[in-house]
Design a protein around this ligand. Sequence first.
Ligand code: DAH
Length: 345
Amino acid sequence: MEQKLKQLEIEAITKINDATDLKTLNDVRVAYLGKKGPITEVLRGMGKLSAEERPKMGALVNVIRETITKAIENKHHDLEEEAVNEQLASETIDVTLPGRPVKTGSRHPLTKVIEEIEDLFIGMGYKVAEGPEVEQDYYNFEALNLPKGHPARDMQDTFYITEELLLRTQTSPVQARTMEKHEGKGPVKIICPGKVYRRDNDDATHSHQFTQIEGLVIDENITMGDLKGTLDVFAKKMFGEDREIRLRPSFFPFTEPSVEMDISCKICGGDGCRVCKQTGWIEILGAGMVHPRVLEMSGFDPQKYTGFAFGMGPERITMLKYGVDDIRHFYTNDLRFLQQFAVQE
Ligand code: DAH
């Protein structure tokens, strides 16, 4: 019997040592120490032993049971520790690893240039004004000295919604709206950025929707000299201090006299190249002295007030400033194009 018990002990200890998880260990415990296990069986059979053998065997069984229990406890502890260590190892965070960069967008190049122009004029005391894109024929044309049937209306192929309602073809209607609000009292000093629409076929230099920035100054004693000085500051700040401007006579129904402003070509320095079409000059915007009839129609007394206005296309300015060769790049939103401007932020 003693031999059998010793054998059981060795067997149990081997199984305990071999257990690699808590479930197996528990199975070993139940198998050896459980009610139906061999040790309990030995204890049950104690009654059959002689009086002098019984305490000897009893002591031996207790020692063996204790040894097995202790071994199970130790193994249990080891396995638990192992599991915790394994979990810790698998969940380790290397705080020295660089983080994953969050992808951020950037402002659209047109927005950037429009904001740059806004800032420039705000710095000269202008306020930013806005108007509706669905506009009345009256503000888009009539109040700007373009009555129905005027031939100059044909220059701006218009999307009509009804006979009196249209998608504005220019930001100039904001001039008329702002003057009306001032109820004949100057000064007025505004720029109006916004979207405009024309029935053009899209190509490298035309888009059926594009943007304009309008400028308007009205006060007593405003002269052509003020206009020229303002445009000169604008051109130098936008394109570089070494740029010259020149004004050429032109025609717009809402200004008299009307001019177009060119800047000297930076690429060839005035000698003539492909960008300036061999002229040494690049056309930038239209401008002029506000036509007395326009002042009058919007409630200003042309005997007392004079003013100047100008209108430009931010697409054209952005194209010249950054060497963009196709207006459609601004609207197709190819990230490879847009991201080039993000770098310059
Ligand atoms: N509205 C004109 C256009 O779309 C641009 C323009 C020219 C605006 C002269 C003006 C101006 O205010 O004075 O072609």
